[in-house]
Design a protein around this ligand. Structure first.
Ligand SMILES: *[C@@H]1O[C@H](CO)[C@@H](O)[C@H](O)[C@H]1NC(C)=O
Ligand SMILES: *[C@@H]1O[C@H](CO)[C@@H](O)[C@H](O)[C@H]1NC(C)=O
Ligand SMILES: *[C@@H]1O[C@H](CO)[C@@H](O)[C@H](O)[C@H]1NC(C)=O
Ligand SMILES: *[C@@H]1O[C@H](CO)[C@@H](O)[C@H](O)[C@H]1NC(C)=O
Length: 364
């Protein structure tokens, strides 16, 4: 009996031993591993600490645990990591040099945590990082140069945080950034020059913030923005030349739900490629003459008090030529009130500055 007990205990330790110890080179406790430790999966297993994983590991999934913090040097033995998943893990703080040694990491997922503090130097060594997801956290401030190690960063997802102001130098070093998502923050201002270091942005999402003036001085160095969203900001006016520096590239512009009262006559200066324009749920009565409709495929105009006079003639011409049932109702003059722009009689006889029509001349 005694002998058998020892044998059973021996087998028990043999089976559990590696997971109990959790040293690098073995699959960590509570996790499961694939492909000779290449993938370490610890999804929703009640972890309170970051497990040690070996140099052979390329992907670690620590989603849905209770980690609290990412301490300095958490991954110092995991130099082979390419993809690190830490969403929904109750993380509040990222300490300085938290990712030290991760010089191959390309994907870092930190969405839907409670991160309010990112210590300076937190992202040291992340020179290969290409995708950084920090959306759904409590971040109110970003230290100057916090992203500076990330010379290859392509996508930065910061939606749904508590950012209040974009400081000068926030994006120093991240010169390859193409997609910047900052929707759903509390931004009241973008400091002049705060986007100068990311002049190659193609996508800039700023909707659902608190910007009450168009941030011209922050945007003026952007060159190739294709998609800009500013919806749900309490902005009354879009000023002249707002999109000029990237107007040749801009295809999508969201200006919906802003309480906009005026698009300045020169607001669309330099805009030559726009396809989608969202202007619904504002307080607009007219469109600027400078807005050219030739490239537009979709436009939203509903819930604005349109003034159905000849200043909307080019819009009407666009509607007529497309047969698109774009919803847009006249609020004035009183004779047109409640009518769809596309049916308004006030716009029927407007003279349009059109391309020269062939003049009636003597027939040959
Ligand atoms: C729309 O603008 C008018 C003045 O132009 C103002 O009286 C009105 O309150 C505004 N409505 C909204 C919803 O902002
Ligand atoms: C453009 O409008 C059409 C018709 O309303 C719609 O089906 C389509 O999804 C729109 N495209 C975009 C990109 O919004
Ligand atoms: C408008 O019509 C064009 C084709 O004439 C189509 O491509 C586009 O999707 C339409 N947009 C809407 C809003 O219906
Ligand atoms: C509508 O436009 C006409 C012609 O430009 C102008 O005289 C009139 O004051 C405008 N009405 C409103 C309510 O903006």
């Amino acid at each position: 009996m005694h002998f058998l007990t020892w044998i059973l205990l021996g087998i028990f330790l043999l089976v559990l031993g590696p997971t109990v110890q959790g040293a690098p080179g073995q699959c960590p406790s509570l996790c499961h591993c694939h492909g000779d430790l290449q993938h370490v999966i610890c999804d929703n297993v009640g972890l309170k600490k970051i497990p040690r994983v070996s140099e052979a590991t390329q992907l670690v999934n620590l989603q849905r645990n209770n980690l609290g913090t990412i301490p300095t040097g958490s991954f110092s033995e995991s130099k082979g990591l390419i993809s690190l998943h830490m969403q929904h893990s109750q993380i509040r703080e990222i300490e300085s040099q938290a990712f030290k040694g991760l010089k191959k990491l390309a994907y870092l997922y930190l969405s839907n945590n409670k991160i309010s503090s990112i210590k300076p130097g937190a992202f040291e060594d992340l020179t290969e990082l290409t995708y950084l997801y920090l959306d759904g956290n409590q971040i109110s401030q970003l230290a100057k140069g916090i992203f500076s190690p990330m010379i290859n960063l392509f996508v930065l997802q910061l939606n749904d945080n508590k950012l209040r102001e974009l400081q000068l130098g926030t994006f120093t070093g991240a010169k390859d950034l193409r997609w910047l998502h900052m929707s759903g923050n509390e931004l009241t201002a973008l400091q002049p020059g705060s986007l100068n270091e990311v002049e190659n942005l193609a996508l800039l999402h700023l909707d659902r913030n608190r910007l009450s003036t168009y941030p011209s001085a922050a945007m003026s160095k952007l060159r190739v923005v294709e998609e800009l969203t500013l919806g749900w900001n309490p902005m009354k006016i879009i000023p002249d030349n707002a999109f000029q520096s990237f107007g040749r590239y801009m295809e999508k512009l969201h200006l919906d739900n802003m309480g906009l009262e005026k698009l300045s006559e020169g607001a669309f200066n330099g805009v030559t490629a726009i396809k989608l324009l969202y202007l619904d749920n504002n307080n607009l009565t007219s469109l600027p003459k400078g807005l050219r409709f030739t490239t537009i495929t979709n436009i939203t105009l509903s819930n604005n008090p349109w003034n159905c006079s000849c200043q909307l003639a080019s819009l009407r011409r666009w509607m007529d030529s497309r047969q698109n049932a774009t919803d847009a109702i006249c609020a004035s003059p009183s004779s047109q009130k409640g009518k769809q722009i596309r049916e308004s009689t006030a716009l029927r006889r407007c003279k349009i500055k059109a391309k020269q029509r062939p003049k009636k001349g003597p027939l040959h």
